[in-house]
Design a protein around this ligand. Structure first.
Ligand code: LCS
Length: 408
């Protein structure tokens, strides 16, 4: 069946796989490292690329292919490349498109290790990088150099929740011959399709919304055209960062419900964000769906919804945030996001601890920021949970620092 004309929820169920010879409705797990050739000529033809088929799982595997084709169809790309983790997808992009002397312009507030991999590892091989607030496309224009090969955007960004204008940035980058890669993890293909906006490659940590059940680490790349696809696949194969068939099976299973998971989580998130804004202990709430978000209007144009990630700061700063995190009961204190369960974490000491305090400030988030990844629980339970944890925060802040000395 050609799934091109189908809506996104139908693509989630049907794209990339049709029942095989056994009639298996769900994709079988082809748990094999290697595939038998019919004869020597067949093996040679597969290696020469003269025939379609499977050789070795690092190169390709039917279970992994089902996932790759599904996500490529969601993103309106020409092909997907599944990887062992989101970070290996990032590494594949860097390896594929950069060389010694090349320059990258990147969102200052990218996921900490995405920046760390560039600044600590690729810098050793002579790759230069500049980090700017890409929520203003003019900052990208000013950061471009004659040797800029890649503009790497994360939008919405982790955890600042800044949104970047993908179409405007693509125009700027392409005018100078640079490629645009968008980390679409926070939005998922359900809410944003960067290739339609002019990006060349889309990247996901499938660990998050695409899988959605906190039981797999994985990544995927989708390329806009066959040349980019071939380049990325070749780097993935030679660096050996392929996904495993069992991993791919779980992700395909989780992916089918992406639409209903995202809809429910973002409905919860909107209600929680509005509620948080009214709590006396809360100094600031950053949620794309709130009119107070600096790029709310851009997100409305560029995305099909606002997602389920909230960042907020308490009046009591980091200490108050710590008290909150130690006292939630329904939400779980853990890194990651995009799963059915609500998670809470502290970016400055956890996910973004690899960045310097100056880099964190420049990236638009403070050390007191708490990140709240909303799941699909009953929203009343999440709000009651936050309220009881905030009661601990206010009880602590009302407590005198020293016991009164008393009067004689
Ligand atoms: N890109 C984004 C936007 C991410 O949030 C992450 C992981 C990655 C790439 C890397 O993907 P991984 O290798 O972990 O699959 N973000 C995490 C986070 O915010 N908490 O824990 C992991």
């Amino acid at each position: 069946m050609d799934t091109k004309h189908l809506g996104i929820n139908s693509k989630l169920i049907h794209a990339g796989y049709k029942p095989d010879a056994t009639g298996s409705v769900s994709v079988p797990i082809y748990q094999t490292s290697t595939f038998a050739f019919k004869n020597a000529a067949h093996g040679a033809a597969l290696f020469a690329g003269e025939e379609d088929g499977y050789i070795y799982t690092r190169i390709g595997n039917p279970t992994i292919k089902a996932l790759e084709e599904n996500v490529a169809s969601l993103e309106n790309g020409c092909g997907g490349i599944a990887t062992s983790s989101g970070m290996s997808a990032v590494c594949t992009v860097y390896l594929a498109f950069l060389e010694s002397g090349a320059h990258v312009v990147s969102t200052a507030s990218v996921y900490g290790p995405t920046r760390g991999l560039m600044e600590k590892e690729f810098a050793r091989f002579g790759v230069q990088s500049t980090y700017v607030d890409t929520s203003d496309a003019e900052n990208v224009r000013h950061a471009m150099k004659p040797n800029t090969r890649l503009v790497y955007i994360e939008s919405p960004a982790n955890p600042s929740m800044q949104v970047s204008d993908i179409a405007a940035i693509a125009t700027i980058a392409h005018a100078q011959g640079a490629l645009v890669v968008v980390d679409n993890t926070f939005a998922s293909p359900y809410l944003q399709r960067p290739l339609d906006l002019g990006a060349d490659v889309v990247l996901h940590s499938v660990t998050k919304f695409i899988n959605g059940h906190a039981d797999v680490v994985g990544g995927i790349l989708v390329a806009k055209d066959p040349a980019l696809y071939k380049r990325l696949r070749s780097v993935m194969i030679s660096s050996g960062c392929n996904m495993d068939p069992h991993q791919a099976f779980l992700v395909v299973r989780g992916l089918k419900t992406l639409g209903i998971r995202v809809e429910r989580a973002q409905q919860n998130a909107m209600e929680i964000a509005r509620w948080l804004e009214e709590q006396p202990e809360v100094a600031m709430v950053r949620y794309i769906g709130l009119e107070s978000h600096p790029q709310h209007e851009l997100a409305k144009r560029q995305m099909n919804g606002y997602g389920s990630m909230i960042s907020f700061e308490l009046k009591g700063g980091f200490e108050a945030g710590r008290t909150l995190m130690d006292n939630v009961r329904v939400a779980t204190l853990a890194v990651s996001l995009g799963g059915v369960e609500t998670l809470i974490e502290h970016p400055a000491s956890m996910t973004h601890a690899s960045m310097s305090p100056e880099a964190r400030r420049a990236a638009g988030f403070t050390d007191g920021l708490v990140r709240y990844a909303v799941g699909i629980e009953d929203v009343e339970d999440l709000i009651a949970d936050l309220r009881q944890a905030l009661d601990f925060v206010s009880a602590k802040s009302n407590k005198p620092k020293h016991e009164p000395v008393g009067t004689l």
